[in-house]
Design a protein around this ligand. Structure first.
Ligand code: HPA
Ligand code: ZN
Length: 337
């Protein structure tokens, strides 16, 4: 059960893979629409298969799921379904990841992927006042040359894609593999982020910071193993986009009680709470706040700090950030009377 304070808390989401919001019900609907045979008999069989033991075991199923996404309308419907969830949990701003290579490699044009997602986000802004940004992620298990080709495909969409990132299988695919791609992306005025320190070591967080010059680290929870790195993250206020339910499902931590989110927050790191792949990990952003709060006994002021961090760490301009922080302040002031 999500408490009302958490559900209605104004918040930003900064780490959500749009392909990871594909609920089994929509997966079946799109499979039928596109005449694709799924390797599952039923929705409950799909849910039963979501039993992961590490990142790779999740990615194998996640990439399989993306195959039902074929037409612009499918990408629109996927994004629109996420928007409904986000609005119901008072997400006021969202920065979504998309993995174009998992579609273009199947022959789906980049434009189809982009336009479907972008149109749904535009409609969300005009209908609900939900602001958003798109972040293009390169699949790090593929080559740097393939990432560079994808970056070139994205150049006509510079106005609607704010940043590039790095996701997929972390171990053995360090950030330095993509130094030249990220150099080019920054030269083209994209901001940069990267998944690092989810399963990979603290050295990967350092190289994301120093070589890829990222503005945020996605996950980053293994920073704890390197005191110098922790000090650096605090001093520079480099945000971490932490995903508690994901980390427990993928066995980065044995249980939510063991998660280091509260510890990192109280050390002074700009920690945020996010859902990662909510259709696969058992909850959207509010469920993530709630699970962390219950297991780690987060106080109301810690919850408020997490929400404030989500606005501060976003790619909004300072005027928009201030307006949302003001909204958060009014919300919390009204609740503490
Ligand atoms: N880590 C790496 N790659 C991903 C993830 C993740 O948590 N989710 C979707 N792709
Ligand atoms: Zn992720």
């Amino acid at each position: 059960m999500i408490n009302q304070f958490i559900r209605n808390l104004p918040k930003a989401e900064l780490h959500v893979h749009i392909e990871g919001t594909l609920e089994p019900e929509l997966m079946f609907k799109l499979a039928e629409r596109n005449q694709i045979k799924l390797p599952f008999e039923s929705i409950s069989a799909v849910k039963k298969a979501y039993n992961f033991h590490n990142l790779q075991s999740f990615l194998d199923i996640y990439y399989q799921g993306t195959q039902v996404l074929q037409q612009e309308q499918d990408f629109y419907d996927l994004t629109w379904a996420y928007v409904q969830k986000a609005i119901s949990q008072n997400v006021r701003h969202t920065e979504i990841f998309v993995d174009p290579q998992s579609h273009t490699d199947r022959g789906i044009p980049f434009k189809v992927v982009h336009d479907g997602i972008y149109q749904a986000l535009k409609d969300a802004e005009s209908q609900f006042g939900l602001s958003s940004r798109i972040i293009l992620c390169f699949l790090r298990h593929l080559s740097a040359e393939q990432a560079m080709a994808t970056l070139k495909e994205a150049l006509p969409y510079k106005e609607t894609i704010i940043a590039v990132g790095l996701d997929s299988s972390e171990q053995g695919n360090p950030p330095e593999k993509f130094t030249a791609v990220f150099d080019r992306a920054r030269a083209e005025n994209f901001l940069t982020v990267a998944h690092a320190g989810e399963e990979g070591p603290p050295e990967y967080i350092w190289s994301a910071l120093k070589l890829l010059q990222v503005s945020r680290i996605d996950h980053g929870v293994r920073c704890e193993e390197d005191q110098e790195l922790v000090d650096y993250l605090i001093k520079k206020q480099i945000p971490l986009t932490v995903c508690p339910l994901s980390n427990v499902k993928l066995k980065v931590f044995d249980s939510m009680e063991q998660h280091n989110l509260k510890k990192l927050l109280n050390l002074g790191i700009c920690v945020t709470v996010n859902s990662d792949d909510p259709a696969y990990f058992g909850g959207y952003i509010a469920e993530n706040y709630q699970a962390a709060m219950d297991a780690l006994k987060l106080s109301q002021s810690e919850i408020i700090q997490l929400a404030k961090n989500s606005f501060l760490a976003s790619f909004l301009d300072s005027e928009a950030k201030n307006a949302l922080i003001e909204e958060l302040n009014s919300y919390t002031a009204a609740r503490s009377d």
